[in-house]
Design a protein. Structure first.
Ligand code: UDP
Length: 306
């Protein structure tokens, strides 16, 4: 038997999940991916096709059998599966509740059954709503839309399984993640995906308001390292914010992408600035981001074909 950890990545064919898969395989772990391919794409794992350490399972977190063999002998379970985007969550709140809250409870229960040694949850910084900055893990919780609420309920559910059943859980609240394989399709999505799609189509970038609002962008490979750090550590029951720790304006971003812009109206309820206080994860897990926005954007632009 190898002493490399066995990892299960729900949502492993998705944006951040697939970067965690990359890192785990690079480290020699056996990796199982559970994904129903609604948001994720097999193409995101294509480069590992010949790797015998990786298996893919087309399963849904809301229906997977609680005693499915995929949970057997798992050391690290990265729970990345869920549905995103703000506007559709306002239109279809129950779908979000079902997948993000109930689906997570199901994963918690399956992990408990299988005695999984560590669960790391992909939480969202949207739980803080419009927060004082820099925002640390003790900031008040104030979800502004169903996506934010249901991701937060998912997190609290896992912590409840930690408290009641001793399931070893850590949670990572991700600020604005970007990088290769972020979705560029669909009507909604994070600003990087939207801008890349517009750039690819030769269209101007749609800048909301004056573009002086800022976001704490963190590159996907840095995010993946944080998740593995939260699996390896002896600490459990902890929440960690991750971002790059210094916000940048949308205006800066458009300049780096070197595209024309068009201004669109401000969105009510949007924070002017998001900014993660990353001192806890830096202090406790020794994690800090290494990819600057300039490097990340350069890398992204090299990877997309025109
Ligand atoms: N944004 C923009 N143009 C777009 C989409 C977003 O200028 O087409 C801006 C938006 O105003 C916000 C930032 O990009 O300040 C990040 O938006 P996103 O939807 O990615 O995430 P969130 O607002 O949840 O941080």
């Amino acid at each position: 038997m190898s002493n490399q950890p066995v990892a299960l990545v729900t949502g492993g064919a998705g944006f951040i999940g697939s970067h965690i898969v990359d890192l785990l395989l690079e480290q020699g772990s056996q990796v199982r991916v559970l994904d129903n391919l609604t948001g994720g794409r097999l193409q995101n794992l294509e480069h590992h096709k010949a790797n015998p350490l990786l298996t893919f399972h087309n399963l849904d977190i809301t229906t997977v059998e609680l005693n499915h063999p995929i949970f057997g002998d798992v050391d690290w379970l990265f729970h990345m599966a869920g549905i995103g985007d703000i506007v559709p969550s306002i239109e279809r709140p129950l779908d979000y509740f079902h997948t993000n809250a109930f689906g997570t409870a199901r994963i918690a229960e399956a992990a408990r059954n299988a005695n999984v040694k560590r669960v790391v949850y992909a939480a969202s910084s949207s739980c803080y709503g419009i927060a004082a900055v820099p925002t640390n893990e003790l900031a008040p919780i104030d979800p502004q839309y169903p996506y934010a609420l249901t991701k937060y309920i998912g997190e609290q559910t896992l912590f409840h399984w930690h408290q009641v059943y001793g399931l070893p859980v850590n949670s990572i609240r991700i600020f604005n993640a970007y990088g290769p394989r972020s979705r560029t399709s669909g009507a909604y999505g994070a600003v990087f995906g939207v801008f890349l799609r517009q750039k690819l189509a030769g269209k101007p970038l749609t800048v909301v308001g004056d573009g002086m609002q800022s976001r704490d962008f963190v590159y996907a490979t840095d995010v993946a390292r944080a998740f593995v750090a939260a699996a390896v550590t002896d600490k459990v029951g902890e929440i960690y914010n991750i971002g790059c720790g210094s916000p940048r304006t949308i205006d800066d971003l458009t300049k780096m992408l070197a595209s024309e812009i068009v201004r669109i109206p401000e969105r009510p309820g949007e924070p002017k600035c998001t900014w993660a206080d990353i001192s806890k994860i830096t202090r406790e897990l020794g994690w800090k981001p290494v990819v600057t926005l300039e490097e990340g954007v350069k890398e992204l632009l090299q990877q997309i074909s025109y």
